[in-house]
Design a binder for this molecule. Structure first.
Ligand code: FAD
Ligand code: AMP
Length: 474
């Protein structure tokens, strides 16, 4: 029986990054992965690379270009006529990017001498993992021995009985990344991150998009001021967002889908050509053998872990979407790195207070730390500084001047408690906020930091100055 220092189960951003870090630290490492891609071939990269972060951003970028050329070129004095778009080419471009990146992981595995064990892993004990071949591979069932097992089996789209996915007219996020034509009328159940991003893609390409969200508040996780602006902006772009709309049933006749939902006014119905079910994601422990090996799961099916990602089984750890905390790729990776370092005798560290969130709508939404509402609920005294992109030269020059940066600082210590951005390239700008918080920085630190001119980051600088009522450009 082959023996490893570490066997990682799953090769998404949680698993593959963990495996690489383990190997870098001199631990003999194998990674078990069962993913079979659209070409019927085993693939690394998990949800993130195959059907998540990367393909969604590829389509968001393509659709953003299309929308920009159609609707904003004129503002720049550029006349573009006869603009058309080829959905299949757009989707193939996305597939090519996915292929390049997933093959890249396989190259990294080779470089780091990580054994990729193709198949479905089952934990037999805290020292043994059984690998069953997936139908495309012809290997035998094998068992490997491990000193440490790291579970990174991720998540799968949540299913709801009123809208069962048929992969034709009713799809989940995976299906919504490969439509072969732009649906005229598109329904989206769930106004969460995934629903809004995918709804934006198809809206920009011409679909009439209706988003049904059961909760009465828009983006309830997000700072209210940001959520309000984002809602207004997305509605302005044509997304018909219906809040307090709980989907109770769907019916399809092979051409279109009728959706029944309840809202404050009673029973409602709409008809669409395609429906995306984006009601969240559920932890994936299917086939892992949790019951048999005694691995503890919580009531919602997440693997129970402590603050250091230890499960109830000795030397068995779990990271990423399959455990508590935000379902974000970078959270999964950093949890894994911390475990790898601890296994190698180093002080592995994971700061849950400084995980950045991004929603890749346009403008983008990004934040780190607490919202104003959370600070109020926690009884923390704080000061606020905010600054609109409209008052920065760069945003004006770009023609992308909507949104703002908002900084929350502790009223007594001035320590930054949260930074919220709604605006162009917020996904990149948030990095400065994360670094500031990671270093326990103050709003004064940001205010004294020299920001290049003209840049969007000047809005961050001015928001920090605003905490102390000393903005220059307003
Ligand atoms: P996963 O990426 O789900 O990987 C788990 C892997 O484990 C899979 O490859 C699976 O095949 C494998 N596996 C499971 N069970 C077994 C088993 N028993 N044996 C062998 N292999 C197994 N996050 C962001 O941070 N930014 C984004 O922009 C973003 N966009 C997203 C867009 C969409 C449409 C979706 C669906 C998700 C998005 N996410 C985004 C979320 C992100 O994809 C997840 O948080 C991330 O993939 C979690 O990583 P993971 O390693 O925990 O799990
Ligand atoms: P997220 O978990 O961020 O991906 O968001 C999923 C969203 O789907 C949540 O805001 C849920 O409130 C919403 N949701 C779940 N079930 C339904 C339903 N039956 N009808 C409408 N919205 C739903």
């Amino acid at each position: 029986m082959k023996k490893y220092d570490v066997v990682v189960i799953g090769a998404g951003p949680g698993g593959y990054v963990t495996a690489i870090r383990c190997a870098q630290l001199g631990l003999s490492t194998a990674c078990v992965e069962s993913w079979i891609n659209d070409e019927g071939k085993p693939a690394l990269g998990g949800t993130c690379l195959n059907v998540g972060c990367i393909p969604s951003k590829a389509l968001l970028d393509s659709s953003h270009h299309f929308h920009h050329i159609k609707h904003q070129s004129n503002d720049h004095g550029i006349t573009v006529t006869g603009v058309s778009m080829d959905v299949n080419k757009m989707v193939s471009r996305k597939a090519k990017i996915v292929k390049t990146l997933t093959q890249g992981i396989s190259g990294l595995f080779k470089k780091n001498k990580i054994d990729w064990l193709r198949g479905q892993a089952k934990i037999l004990s805290n020292k043994e993992v059984e690998i069953s071949p997936t139908h495309e591979t012809h290997d035998e069932k094998t068992v490997v021995e491990a000193n440490h097992i790291i579970i990174a089996t991720g998540s799968v789209p949540t299913r709801i009985p009123p809208a069962s996915v048929d992969d034709k007219l009713i799809v989940d996020s995976t299906g919504a990344l490969k439509f072969n034509e732009v649906p005229r009328r598109l329904g989206v159940i769930g106004a969460g991150v995934i629903g809004l991003e995918l709804g934006s893609v198809w809206n920009r390409l011409g679909s009439e998009v209706t988003v049904l969200e059961a909760l009465p508040d828009f983006l309830s996780l997000v700072d209210r001021q940001v959520a309000k602006e984002a809602e207004k902006s997305l509605r302005g772009q044509g997304l018909d967002i219906r809040l307090g709309a709980k989907v109770t049933g769907t019916g399809s006749n092979n051409r279109e889908v009728t959706i029944n939902y309840d809202d404050a006014e009673g029973k409602q119905q709409i008809t669409v050509d395609k429906l995306i079910v984006a009601v969240g994601r559920s932890p994936n422990t299917a086939g892992l053998g949790a019951d048999e090996c005694g691995l503890e799961l919580d009531q919602r099916g997440f693997i129970v872990v402590d603050d250091h990602c230890n499960t109830n089984l000795e030397n068995v750890y779990a990271v990423g979407d399959v455990v508590r905390g935000p379902m974000l790729a970078h959270k999964a990776s950093e949890e894994g790195v911390a475990i790898a370092e601890r296994i190698a005798g180093k002080p592995g560290h994971m700061n849950y207070e400084t995980i950045p969130w991004v929603i890749y709508t346009w403008p983008e939404i990004a934040w780190v730390g607490r919202t104003e509402e959370q600070l109020k609920a926690d009884g923390v005294e704080y000061r606020v500084g905010s600054f609109p992109f409209m008052a920065t030269g760069r945003a004006k020059a770009m023609g992308e001047a909507s949104g703002f940066v908002k900084i929350l600082g502790d009223a007594k210590t001035d320590r930054v408690l949260g930074i919220h951005i709604f605006g162009p390239n917020a996904s990149e700008l948030i990095a400065e906020a994360v670094v500031t918080m990671e270093f326990d920085g103050s709003t004064e630190d940001l205010a004294r930091t020299i920001h290049a001119h003209p840049t969007l980051s000047e809005a961050m600088h001015e928001a920090a100055l605003a905490v102390d009522n000393r903005t220059i450009h307003i």
